[in-house]
Ligand binder design. Structure first.
Ligand SMILES: [Zn+2]
Length: 272
């Protein structure tokens, strides 16, 4: 099995697992009509993103990682003396820290937020929310991921391991799953859990401006953006964006065009 097949296996088995756990122990029962609308747009976005990346990004992460690992211009090969285990740890941490900074920038830069707002505009929360990204955001984040991998030049197997961990945790974090506090409390010491990430999708800005991490919760803890709520508070948490909290979910075209409309920009409260 090659790297692409391993990533695909991780992707589809996590989707199957997330769909099963949220059907078995849902945090909140979705309205059936809204579910159909949301799933149609979210799954269509995932297919469009895949096609756009295939068309416009001619190189994969493993090809970039292989090139960078042999390059004397990449950071870790340039250091030379770093032992493998240290290079592996540094690579995994640096890739996750890069994703944290990337996510923070998507919220802080007005033009980037226009596109990331599509992910947050989902009016409910389940594993398909983890598939809902505007193609411009998908292109931007893939390009930045490739740039970080090229700059680091870390071990190939660690780059692959991080990619699988990132996809798995990101899909699971969006699951509509009632994880008991006793389990969540232990897991969130290290990993981003569904309970933690759900808060990041709150309608209310102050509640949402937290928990930007993808795999590890440490960057949010260090950066002062970590928040947690007990699981009993989560079903009542309003999900989505304040400029369209009610009504039927938008169709695919409306979602694709949303970043180009003035109303899509939600100003930060202090800037309002
Ligand atoms: Zn976000």
């Amino acid at each position: 099995m090659d790297a692409t097949q391993l990533v695909a296996l991780g992707y589809f088995s996590t989707i199957a697992f997330a769909a099963t756990v949220e059907a078995t122990l849902p945090l909140r029962r979705p309205a059936p009509g809204a579910l159909r609308h949301r799933w149609r747009a979210n799954i269509a976005l995932a297919l469009i993103d895949t096609a756009v990346i295939r068309l416009l990004v001619p190189i994969g992460i493993m090809e970039v990682a292989a090139f960078a690992a042999d390059s004397r211009f990449a950071l870790l090969p340039a250091l030379g003396l770093v032992p493998w285990w240290l290079a592996a740890v540094l690579t995994f941490l640096a890739l996750d820290f890069g994703k944290y900074l990337q996510h923070l920038a998507l919220h802080r830069l007005g033009w980037a937020w226009r596109f990331h707002a599509v992910h947050h505009s989902d009016r409910d929360y389940d594993f398909t929310t983890g598939l809902r990204f505007h193609p411009v955001e998908a292109l931007l984040t893939v390009s930045l991921d490739l740039a970080v991998i090229a700059a680091l030049g870390g071990p190939l197997e660690v780059v692959l391991g991080y990619e699988i961990a990132r996809i798995t945790l990101s899909l699971l974090a969006h699951a509509n799953f009632a994880m008991p506090d006793s389990v969540d409390r232990v897991l969130r010491l290290v990993l981003v859990t569904p309970n933690a990430h759900r808060l990041h999708h709150a309608v209310e800005f102050q509640a949402r401006d937290c928990n930007f991490g993808t795999v590890f919760t440490w960057w949010d803890r260090i950066g002062g953006s970590w928040e947690s709520l007990p699981v009993r508070s989560l079903p009542d948490l309003a999900i989505g964006l304040p400029n369209h909290p009610n009504g039927a979910p938008e169709g695919l075209m409306a979602v694709l065009l949303a970043p180009f409309r003035r109303a899509a920009v939600e100003r930060r409260p202090e800037a309002a």
